[in-house]
Design a protein around this ligand. Structure first.
Ligand code: URA
Length: 210
């Protein structure tokens, strides 16, 4: 069964609270999203395998740790873009993929409108970035696409999750590790996480009410 890591670090929790406030504007929301994404990614990346390489310091050679495998980031549009902004500056050599998935507001099912994934090797560590794990339909769709593209080691990095979303992902992808800042109380009838933070994409890009 999946490992679920809830990152309870005070810096993460404080950012999340700022993002939940209805009074937080898009500019601040974006900054918090990028900052919290980089912190969550650090925790998610804690399990990455290292190997040793002989390097030369100015004083002597040494066996130094280096990341052993390739890294792939997959951003689930739209809100995943806000997450990617925080993670990418730390990973200049990561390959990046994009999956455009929209929720049908009536069925709450995910509908794919764009997919552009890089080549994924067996040994690559793949991080799927989607800030909101609500019903799980969108994330499960994304995980299916990523696995079909060859991913074997998959981590899901999300800011907020619902208990239903976590359970659905665990059922469909028991081997995928989930990293989140909070598992909130429940979903409302429209599939929004409660207490949540509203529509992450709208709040990131100032499209509330459109
Ligand atoms: N997507 C969001 O942006 N917010 C939710 O609460 C659920 C899904």
């Amino acid at each position: 069964m999946n490992q679920v890591l809830v990152v309870d670090h005070p810096m993460v929790q404080n950012r999340l609270t700022e993002m939940r406030r209805v009074s937080t504007d898009s500019g601040d929301f974006r900054q918090h999203m990028a900052a919290v994404a980089s912190m969550l990614f650090y925790e998610a990346a804690r399990v990455l395998p290292l190997s040793r390489e002989t390097i030369q310091t100015p004083l002597q050679p040494m066996q130094a740790p280096v990341l052993k495998t390739g890294l792939v980031l997959v951003s689930v549009l739209r809100a995943g873009l806000g997450f990617l902004e925080g993670v990418l500056p730390h990973l200049p050599t990561a390959r990046v993929g994009y999956l455009g998935l929209a929720r049908n507001p009536k069925t709450l099912e995910a509908e794919s409108y764009y997919a552009n994934l890089p080549k994924i090797m067996d040994e690559d560590q793949v991080f799927v970035l989607d800030p909101m794990l609500a019903t799980g339909h969108t994330v499960i769709h994304a995980l299916q696409q990523v696995e079909a593209a060859g991913a074997r080691h998959i981590h899901l990095v999300t800011l907020l999750a619902s208990p239903e979303g976590v359970a659905n992902v665990q059922k469909a992808f028991p081997h995928v590790r989930i990293v989140t800042a909070s598992i909130d109380t429940k979903l409302n009838e429209k599939g929004y996480i409660l207490p949540g933070l509203g529509d992450a994409g709208d709040r990131l890009y100032g499209t509330l009410g459109h």
